[in-house]
Write a protein that binds this ligand. Structure first.
Ligand code: GUN
Ligand code: FE
Length: 390
């Protein structure tokens, strides 16, 4: 899983990694890539680089109330906090500009909802489809390689089957990824069963509508059965594990190992404002806690319990796993030669951070300490497609 590489050199040309090799080959590599020694950055003291973290599921229009409104489970939480906040974004341009300027590059979707929604925050099926086309034209016309539009039926609770079928067609025609929520909360699962009596289960609702393919990102999936996971694996869809949200909204705990064993792609997400933090370091920590809670809560039933998954596994979900779920693992997610240089430069030694390194720490200890204790003070630089953006 996580690989700690020492004494390595990496070459980047036109945003891409062209070599990643042992330090003693540096001179030969510089020569063959016609590179200059002056352009090299060397990492000082305990500094290291990690692949950029990828948040595979978040709600930009919920950014405003993140960190508050944590008293309710999913369905009443949507009614009391989420829908009013999103309505304000929809109707107040100055407000929405302020919010969206704080949320950067991404796959972005226009949320669709045509049933079971508040009177002032609902569309007809026709309006929803029209608004989706307008949204797609707007995003695609910007020709920004860092922006990918994504088809976003909110979830089957708030979408008619007809609307989901329309959206699946648009996604297919325009080869666009799809994102939605699935099986996050027990009351939600019950509601789906009563709304769609003809479907075998929640997964089948999306599958019948044509929404499951190898670009579909399914958030949560806490209560998916083995049978459902099999179908999701067959369709090549992926799951976004959102542990902060699953704790905060009291939804449940996703069994990551079960998802792996079914052969389903899985990444990590913040799901703010269901989750109360926008940082992936937090998501990693909650992911570790979720794995540990699952481990001890399963003890009575499973005599020979396997070990809980580790921080290294969760780190991988936050990088390569999310890249796979988003269908971008050919360009980001790790430091394979040929991929974009998408990375964080970490300095564990900055003053006044929560992280203290001692001479007894190994390289791996230092990385683990960063994942558990680090924060943005330790993130010295951020690189996207080879360019330093922070
Ligand atoms: N299911 C449907 N909508 C939402 C949402 O906004 N947040 C979360 N966590 N789950 C949802
Ligand atoms: Fe969500």
């Amino acid at each position: 899983s996580m690989l700690v590489q020492e004494e390595m050199v990496m070459g980047i040309q036109d945003g891409r990694i062209v070599f990643f090799d042992n330090k003693d080959k540096l001179n030969a590599l510089l020569k063959s890539f016609e590179m200059n020694k002056e352009n090299f950055i060397s990492l000082e003291r305990n500094q290291f680089i990690v692949p950029g973290f990828i948040d595979s599921h978040a709600h930009a229009p919920q950014y405003t109330f993140m960190g508050s409104g944590g008293d309710l489970p999913l369905l009443p939480w949507l009614q009391k906090y989420t829908f009013p906040a999103e309505t304000r974004i929809d109707t107040d341009k100055t407000f929405s500009r302020d919010v969206y300027e704080k949320c950067v590059r991404a796959f972005i979707g226009k949320v669709n909802m045509d049933i079971n929604s508040p009177e002032n925050y609902i569309e007809t099926r026709e309006e929803s489809v029209k608004a989706t086309h307008r949204f797609l034209e707007d995003i695609l016309s910007r020709k920004n390689p860092l922006l990918t539009p994504c088809i976003t039926p909110r979830f089957a609770v708030s979408c008619s089957n007809e609307l989901m079928v329309d959206l699946a067609k648009i996604a297919k025609e325009k080869s666009l990824p799809i994102q939605t929520h699935i099986s996050e909360n027990r009351d939600e699962v019950k509601m789906i069963a009563s709304m769609f009596p003809e479907a075998k289960n929640y997964t089948d609702v999306y599958d019948r509508a044509g929404l499951l393919n190898d670009t579909t990102i399914l958030a949560h999936g806490v209560y998916l059965t083995d049978e459902e996971l099999q179908v999701i694996a067959q369709r090549g869809s992926g799951i976004s594990h959102c542990p902060n949200s699953n704790f905060s909204l009291k939804s449940g705990i996703l069994d990551v190992r079960k998802v792996w064993e079914a052969g389903v792609k899985i990444g990590l997400g913040t799901d703010f404002a269901g989750g109360h933090s926008p940082t992936m370091l937090d998501a990693i920590r909650r992911g570790v806690t979720a794995a540990n809670v699952l481990y001890f809560s399963q003890q009575p039933d499973h005599q020979a319990t396997v070990d809980p998954i580790t921080y290294k596994d969760i780190f991988k979900l936050a990088t390569l796993g999310s890249a796979q779920v988003l269908g971008i693992s050919d360009v980001v997610g790790n430091f394979e030669v040929g991929k974009q240089f998408d990375a964080l430069l970490i300095d564990p030694d900055v003053k006044h951070s929560s992280l203290d390194v001692f001479s007894t720490d190994t390289r791996e200890d230092i990385i683990q300490k960063f994942l558990f204790l680090g924060d943005d003070r330790n993130i010295l630089k951020v690189f996207v497609n080879g360019s330093q953006v922070v």
